[in-house]
Design a protein around this ligand. Structure first.
Ligand code: PHE
Length: 456
């Protein structure tokens, strides 16, 4: 639409490149680190079921909408929303949706980078052989002493932020395509290897039952499951929108979205199936929190054949997956700085990288010097420290809110003729999608919000 006005960002070379980059954004720490621990904290089966329903009924339609808005707007989410709203004769205030996304991406990356830093240090811990024959207690104390040391964690966080900003400053297209082509399938295979190991622990059934047999869940648990559907698919903050804006006209958005959502979900389920059997086999707690994979998988690596090599590969690929997600978290902000402030890509990346890095200190301290500094906001959350608060605010509030408005925009603000033309799909599929973004997604998000605060 406004391609001529903003030729400043490069386009993907083909559809596969877009799917790979978007899958790279979606598959990350959310699938392998976060999904298992929040599943553990929220009781398993019912949580997973709600998460899966949210992926299908809320996530997928919002993803289609977000890619569509990006491709039509052709700029950073802030400017895309402004242009699209103007084109439909609506208020420019829709650009605030883009702003909320930029802020959410910045907040998420600040803690995402710290966790990616943990994963990076585990490459070397595993390689050193320190987990060979390790016990649950041993692995636990290694984890506790590592996250308890702010300086060491800071070094890894710094390295990860630098790695991320190097890619962003060169433009997300360069290098990303090739890397994702090889490394994503490798991650996939490695996850399957880990699941096969989990089958040998004698606790596979228990792990699988924990994940798939329904039990109790709270209103908050439902909110976390829905929030995670947005988080894991990179939705509600413009990441997928900005990738969509680098996509050219003639590709099927619906088909691409299905591939991305499917790959993402399979990786998360494999991660759960690899981790929970190890949890039960070693008498660990599924609700152990953000340290869960770091306290369980090293035990598996310490005991399986070739565990050191497999473990090193696993953490390398995890860092890589985190890297391709981190890039997309900050890209909307960088794209906006380039468009509106006339900064070069390099300058914009350095500025954003610096502030994100600085905010990351709060997450580092949440596991040591600020460990006991928790606070509560009535109805919203209870006894959370800095990291929990950031995570809760972004994943469970900002992303679903962003997704809600994206659905409303695509379903109600945009003319049917515009969205029909842009999606260019079979009429039946268009109808289903349109119904979902108009009614199902908004109603679901609002109900879940109201339930979480105890209003219904
Ligand atoms: N989807 C990524 C993950 O699961 C995280 C992410 C969230 C990336 C939002 C971009 C935007 O790890």
């Amino acid at each position: 639409m406004t391609k001529e006005k903003f030729p400043i960002h490069a386009q993907w070379s083909n559809r596969t490149a877009f799917i790979l980059a978007a899958t790279g954004s979606a598959v990350g720490l959310g699938n392998i680190w976060k999904f298992p621990y929040i599943t553990g904290e929220n009781g398993g089966g019912t949580f997973v079921l709600i998460y899966l329903c949210c992926i299908l009924l809320v996530g997928l339609p919002v993803m289609i909408a977000e890619i569509m808005l990006g491709r039509r707007g052709k700029q950073s989410p802030i400017n895309s929303m402004k242009t699209l709203a103007a084109a439909e004769g609506r208020s420019k205030a829709w650009k605030w949706l883009g702003w909320m996304g930029v802020i959410a991406g910045f907040l998420i990356l600040s803690y995402y980078s710290v966790i990616a830093g943990w994963a990076m240090s585990y490459i070397f811990k595993t390689a050193s052989g320190m987990f060979l024959g390790a016990t649950a207690d041993g692995v636990n104390s290694i984890f506790k002493s590592f996250v308890g040391d702010p300086e060491r964690v800071l070094a890894w966080h710094t390295l990860f932020m630098v790695m991320t900003m190097v890619v962003v400053s060169r433009g997300v297209k360069n290098g990303l395509e090739k890397a994702v082509t090889y490394l994503m399938p490798m991650l996939f295979i490695l996850m399957i290897v880990l699941v096969i190991y989990a089958m040998t622990t004698g606790y596979f059934e228990q792990g699988a039952l924990f994940m798939f047999s329904p039990g109790a869940i709270t209103g908050k648990g439902i909110l976390i499951a829905m929030g995670h559907a947005f988080f894991t698919l990179s939705l509600g903050m413009g990441a997928i929108m900005v990738y969509g804006s680098y996509l050219s006209e003639d590709y099927s958005i619906v088909q691409a979205s299905i591939y991305i959502a499917l790959a993402d979900t399979v990786v998360a389920l494999l991660a759960g199936l690899a981790i929970f059997p190890v949890v039960f086999a070693n008498g660990l707690q599924p609700g152990a929190g953000p340290g869960l994979i770091f306290q369980t998988l090293p035990i598996a690596f310490g005991h399986m054949q070739g565990g050191t090599l497999i473990g090193v590969m696993f953490f390398v690929l995890l860092v890589f997956a985190a890297w391709t997600s981190a890039i997309s978290l900050i890209e909307p902000a960088v794209a906006w700085l380039i468009e509106n402030k006339g900064h070069t890509r390099v300058y914009a990346s350095v500025v954003m990288g610096f502030w994100t890095w600085l905010l990351g200190l709060g997450t580092i301290f949440s596991f040591n010097i600020w460990k006991d500094d928790t606070w509560s906001i009535p109805f919203l959350f209870h006894n959370m420290h800095f990291f929990d608060t950031l995570d809760y605010l972004t994943a469970n509030i900002m992303l679903p809110l962003g997704g809600l408005f994206i659905a409303l925009f695509a379903g109600w603000i945009m003319r049917t003729s515009s969205s029909k033309m842009e999606l260019n799909t079979v009429p039946a599929i268009y109808k289903i999608w349109h119904f979902l973004v108009r009614y199902v997604t908004p109603v679901a998000v609002i109900i879940v919000f109201l339930r979480a605060v105890g209003a219904i």
